[in-house]
Design a protein around this ligand. Structure first.
Ligand code: FAD
Length: 423
């Protein structure tokens, strides 16, 4: 990061021109992808909104978008930030020590390390703090035993962000610690799960005497719940953002071919995510094409959908403006965005059902749009569950935004004494 000038107070025009000039000197389509990404990191353009001491330039989100625009104009490949790697980076940046930042952040940006999130367990999803995976200190290591589930991308992850219980005598939320675990070791077994929409994005992960060096614990022992909460806030926030699946894959050149191969693996678990969001974009064209638009009930439900979708766009723009102005409202904004995304997806699914009728149930080439409509109906329920269910978002909003009283708790005192499923 030697030659960097401070552009954090520069105008958008200056930033845009500076990035274009830098890309003119450095971007070549015949470079290997890894070489390019390292140049990108060294140039300070891989994650310009990260702090200057961690490969960034301390840019605001709005300034980082100006950089992205310049990359898009040139057709240049960006850093490998997306999915669980993004969550890991967010959490390491906020809570990691210097050694952890040095070791883990750069390979996330260059795409050399893929990550997964090992939070949920068979007996603890909404009640995440009830987790029972154990991390027992043994000299310079922790020995991990337990089972995680619904872990997106774990089947090709090199590392995982893991929460596990280190103290059974502490109250539920205080006995948890946060770890960075190497997935490529003998005690980690990953078993893929098949979903009702035919895809296999998640896994079960069995941890049997897996090892995590003490140096890979994030924060202090017992501080895991606070750190996990910041990961979850970032995850909810991501629901209101574009996934950024680029169109660069279709271009020609060595680097694009490598990028396409990388993306085919990294994005494979997310290919059905547009369907999960309800495909609002298809609702009006299909209503017109099928003639269902003439039905007043369809028109009314369609109007309701489009109003909701527009309202969500304005709410997202307002949340983005609040963030740009420096306000830290990430928790409620993320919960509201997530809940709205669920509402829209369900309404879209309802409209697609009205428009397509019983044919909506036919998958593959037998169904409308080669089965896309059936895939929507089978995928939409996931959005109300992933990243915290709708009911949990409502609890967060009612307690933290509206200031309503909390639900009565029966899970105080030492965790070992709290009644839970036999295990
Ligand atoms: C697409 C997708 C991707 C995912 N990716 C990951 C991942 O990468 N890593 C990971 O660790 N996990 C992942 N998950 C798991 C996800 O976080 C959990 O499924 C979610 O937290 C819900 O937990 P659960 O499935 O155990 O449901 P439960 O917690 O058992 O909930 C069952 C029902 O009870 C309701 N309920 C529970 N508690 C309350 C309460 N206090 N008040 C009101 N209602 C309540 C819920 O809203 C729900 O309707 C993913 C899930 C999906 C669908």
């Amino acid at each position: 990061m030697a030659e960097e000038q401070d552009l954090s107070t520069a105008t958008d025009e200056v930033i845009h021109e500076t990035v274009l000039a830098w890309l003119k000197d450095n971007w070549r389509t015949d470079r290997p992808l890894a070489e390019w990404r390292n140049i990108l990191v060294d140039g300070g353009w891989a994650a310009p909104d990260w702090p200057t001491e961690c490969y960034g330039r301390g840019f605001s989100l709005a300034q980082a978008q100006v950089v992205q625009r310049a990359f898009r104009e040139v057709g240049a490949v960006g850093a490998a930030l997306g999915g669980p790697g993004n969550l890991a980076a967010h959490t390491i940046l906020a809570h990691g020590n210097e050694a952890q930042k040095r070791r883990y952040l750069r390979p996330i940006l260059t795409g050399e390390h893929a990550w997964c999130q090992l939070f949920s367990e068979p007996g603890s999803g909404s009640d995440l703090a009830g987790l029972t995976t154990r991390a027992k200190r043994d000299g310079d290591n922790y020995i991990i035993n337990g089972q995680k589930v619904w872990n997106t991308s774990a089947h090709h992850a090199d590392f995982g962000i893991l929460i596990a219980r280190t103290d059974w005598d502490a109250p539920k939320h205080q006995g948890i610690s946060y770890f960075l675990i190497n997935m490529r070791q003998p005690g980690v077994e990953v078993r893929p799960l098949r979903q009702m929409n035919g895809h296999a994005s998640f896994n079960e992960v069995f941890l049997t005497d897996a090892l995590v060096p003490v140096t890979d614990r994030l924060g202090n022992e017992g501080d895991g719940w606070r750190i996990a909460s910041s990961t979850l806030s970032a995850e909810r926030q991501a629901f209101s953002r574009d996934r950024g699946i680029g169109t660069l894959r279709e271009r020609e050149g060595t680097i694009y071919a490598e990028y396409a191969a990388e993306q085919a693996i990294a994005q494979e678990p997310y290919t059905w995510y547009p369907q999960r969001a309800g495909r609002v974009d298809l609702a009006l064209p299909r209503a017109m094409a099928t003639g269902a638009i003439r039905d007043p009930v369809v028109r009314q439900e369609l109007a309701r959908l489009l109003c909701l979708a527009h309202a969500a766009e304005y709410a997202a723009a307002s949340a983005a403006a609040t963030r740009r102005a420096g306000s830290n409202t990430i928790v409620p904004a993320g919960s509201i965005a997530k809940l709205t995304a669920s509402l829209i997806a369900r309404q879209a699914s309802h409209v697609h059902t009205l428009v397509s009728g019983p044919e909506a149930m036919l998958g593959g080439s037998d169904g409308p749009m080669d089965g896309v409509i059936a895939e929507i109906l089978l995928s939409v329920p996931a959005i109300s569950i992933a990243g915290g269910t709708d009911e949990i978002q409502k609890n967060i909003i009612s307690e933290r935004v509206l200031g309503l009283p909390k639900e009565p708790r029966f899970d105080t005192g030492p965790f070992r004494d709290i009644p839970r499923n036999a295990s």
